[in-house]
Every structure is written in structure tokens, then in C-alpha cells.
Write a protein of this length. Sequence first.
Length: 114
Amino acid sequence: MTTRTRKQKIKVMGKDYKVAPAVAKTMESLAQALHSHEVALLTWLHKEYTGVKLTKDELETFRSSLRDYCMQIPDSESILKRMKEVDAQIKEDIKNKNKEKDQNKDGKAEGVKE
């Protein structure tokens, strides 16, 4: 006689599913890991933006530990490189847009003088 493993009920985005116990355990582990990351980011947000007074050394230590923590994310180096490229492109686009505005203002001003 074989024993049958009972499926466990889990909820994903509000929808109920019946899955094998190993899948349920994996989903629970992933949910806990994600929650830990959320708490870490909220801690950073709290310390950085809510007026918590840190000494210069404490702030430097905190930022260093945050960077070390974030660099554990798979492929983080290439993601950060891409973010820098996007930031540079946005900065260049804004610069070009401002240059166009200035040229348009100059063109209109010259037209008025005539």
C-alpha cells in the first residue's frame, strides 16, 4: 500500500491553490525572504529620510552595510551599471531639451526685434 501525500492549500495573490507540501514550504520560504528584504529597505528608508540623527561614522557604517547587503542581489553589478547609463541618458535628454527651449526663446526674441 502506498501512502498518498496530501496537498496543502496556499494563497497566491488572493487565489487559492492546492500544492504539494514541498511547493508550499518553498513558497513560504520565499515569502519570508521577501519580507526580510522589505524590512531591510524600510529600515534604510527610516534611517535615511525620517530625521533619525546619526553621526557621520554611524551613517557611513550604515550606508556601507546597506551597499554590502544590496550587492548580494544576483547580477547587482550589471544592474547598477545599467542604472547609471539610464541616469546619464536622462540627464543628457534634459540638457538637450533645455537647450532646445533656450534656442526657441532666442528665435522668438529675435523675431520680435524685427
